[in-house]
Design a protein around this ligand. Structure first.
Ligand code: SF4
Length: 396
């Protein structure tokens, strides 16, 4: 008799159907999770990421390819630098961890390098959990090279692969992030360090889940090691980064994500996101899932051009940026805003409506006598969108 189908199995099958026949699941990485947590109101992204849909391929099939991702040159350079940092059994990497994070411990003369290979992400996560348990019990410096960590996100498992995790002689665990942007005179581009810290915070959360399964639970350090090339050389240098704030924000945002199961259940029968399908069918499936477009999406999500075009076509004020959106209260489209400003609609007691009418009056007075008054806000949407997108670009 076949085993009873659990809720988890049913969800996995449902998500596989959403990807399309034979389409493999794309693994969620920490970068995607950090971006997901940055826009927790977007059900569309939560569902597509939860189902393992390749959003870049989907965006291409929708006719709105993303201008997103790392160049091949940057990837090659990053891989070469990481190999250098981890050469000689990770001797230099452990020396940096000892010097920056745990100088009171015995120096890492020799370190354990457990074998972590196994079949599939579940197998690798189990192998990593075992290696962490053994290393913690052994009380010796141990380097886990590309371990696999599991974290439940919006009701489905995400498998995450940090560059390295180090187990200290006192049994505590440290996340190591290796990046190819330079550290000049001991400091690096704050935006890049911030993105690396958000990514490392996701790994810290996943490690905490792994630690909670041990008794006693080992300490997961909240200061991670960021390793970068020193100045313009290829020599590694490192800095300790405190990720407590990013960890707290990410944990809160991930907990707020709507469960993927609930979003999938609300889809029309037969909805599918396979890039093989015709663009009209894909558009209908994508549009069946509510989105929360904001200019910040341009720096964080492969579907940004598609969602922006749809938001503009609807005249949604979300396309103008979060700060403008917040100022407009219950007015959700540009048409609502313009008719409210002209006094043709809207509650005059609504502070947003009253402010718009005052602004329209002042504008008309300022223009009177110079040239015929343009409709209030006539060219304003484009300007505000450009402002919002500049804000989004600044976050990159
Ligand atoms: S681009 Fe679209 S799918 Fe992606 S986060 Fe923004 S609204 Fe959501």
């Amino acid at each position: 008799m076949p085993p009873p189908r659990t809720r988890g199995t049913a969800l996995r099958r449902q998500l596989a159907e959403l990807r399309g026949p034979g389409v493999p699941a794309r693994a969620l990485d920490a970068r995607a999770l950090a971006a997901l947590a940055a826009n927790p109101g977007c059900r569309r992204r939560a569902l597509l990421d939860g189902a393992g849909v390749d959003k870049a391929a989907l965006a291409g099939a929708l006719g709105a390819p993303s201008a997103f991702g790392q160049s091949q040159f940057a990837l090659t350079r990053g891989n070469a630098f990481e190999a250098r940092v981890k050469a000689d059994g990770g001797a230099e990497l452990l020396r940096l961890v000892h010097r920056r994070l745990d100088p009171a411990a015995e120096p890492p003369e020799r370190a354990e390098l457990p074998e972590l290979s196994a079949a599939g992400p579940e197998g690798r996560a189990e192998r990593t959990a075992l290696a962490l348990r053994e290393a913690t019990a052994a009380g010796a410096w141990t380097l886990l090279d590309h371990p696999m960590l599991a974290l439940e996100v919006a009701g489905s498992p995400a498998f995450l692969e940090p560059d390295a995790v180090v187990v200290h002689p006192d049994g505590s665990w440290t996340v190591v992030e290796i990046k190819s942007f330079p550290m000049l005179d001991g400091s690096a581009d704050p935006a890049k360090v911030g993105a690396a810290a958000r990514q490392a915070a996701v790994y810290v959360l996943a490690l905490e889940h792994a630690a909670a399964r041990l008794d006693p639970a080992p300490r997961v350090r909240h200061r991670v090691l960021l390793v970068c090339p020193k100045d313009f050389s290829n020599l590694p240098t490192a800095s300790a980064v405190d990720v407590r704030k990013q960890r707290a924000v990410t944990a809160r945002q991930l907990a707020r994500l709507t469960r993927v199961q609930d979003i999938a259940d609300a889809l029309p029968e037969g909805a599918c996101f396979s890039p093989e399908l015709p663009a009209e069918e894909l558009t209908a499936a994508v549009e069946a899932v509510p989105a929360a477009y904001a200019p910040e999406c341009l720096a964080a999500c492969e579907l940004a051009f598609h969602c922006r075009a749809r938001a503009r076509a609807r005249g949604a004020v979300t396309a103008l940026g979060r700060s403008v959106r917040a100022e407009l209260g219950g007015l959700s489209t540009v048409d609502d805003v313009l008719t409210a400003a002209r006094g043709e609609a809207g509650d005059p007691d609504d502070p947003a409506v009253a402010a718009l009418r005052r602004a329209a009056r002042l504008r008309a007075e300022a223009l009177a006598g110079h040239r015929p008054a343009a409709p209030p806000g006539g060219h304003r949407q484009e300007t505000l969108e450009q402002d919002g997108e500049r804000q989004g670009a600044a976050c990159r």
